[in-house]
Unconditional design. Structure first.
Length: 126
């Protein structure tokens, strides 16, 4: 079962108070396998060491099928913080896939033959 993708933290009226470091997230949307679900929460941004940390409630983690140690991709788009579970697998390509649509090796070899022909022209080491 594919993990649901996290749609957005909608922050249309969200404000970060410099005094309290609290960001009020008005709506958080998650797309679960059973359909759309919406959850409204408030999360506090706090300082931990040299970083700022925002706590994600356990119910939201369960909705997204993520746990501690999982990677999330974050982006800001139109005033919204968008968080998605990051894909953990790196796509591996075959040599045929990498060369698909490229010039043939014979053409590339012919075009660069001049660089391999002939001897040294200056004070190159041989």
């Amino acid at each position: 079962m594919k993990a649901p993708r996290f749609k957005a933290f909608d922050v249309p009226h969200g404000r970060l108070s410099r005094r309290s470091n609290v960001l009020h997230l008005l709506h958080i949307h998650g797309s679960a396998a059973s359909g759309e679900e919406t959850m409204a929460v408030t999360s506090k941004i706090r300082r931990q060491g040299g970083a700022l940390v925002m706590t994600i409630p356990p119910a939201l983690l369960k909705l997204l099928h993520v746990d501690a140690g999982d990677h999330m991709s974050l982006e800001v788009q139109d005033g919204q913080l968008i968080a998605r579970p990051a894909s953990s697998a790196t796509k591996r390509y075959t040599l045929a896939e990498l060369l698909e649509g490229s010039e043939s090796i014979a053409e590339l070899t012919a075009e660069t033959a001049w660089a391999r022909d002939g001897g040294p022209m200056g004070s190159e080491l041989t």
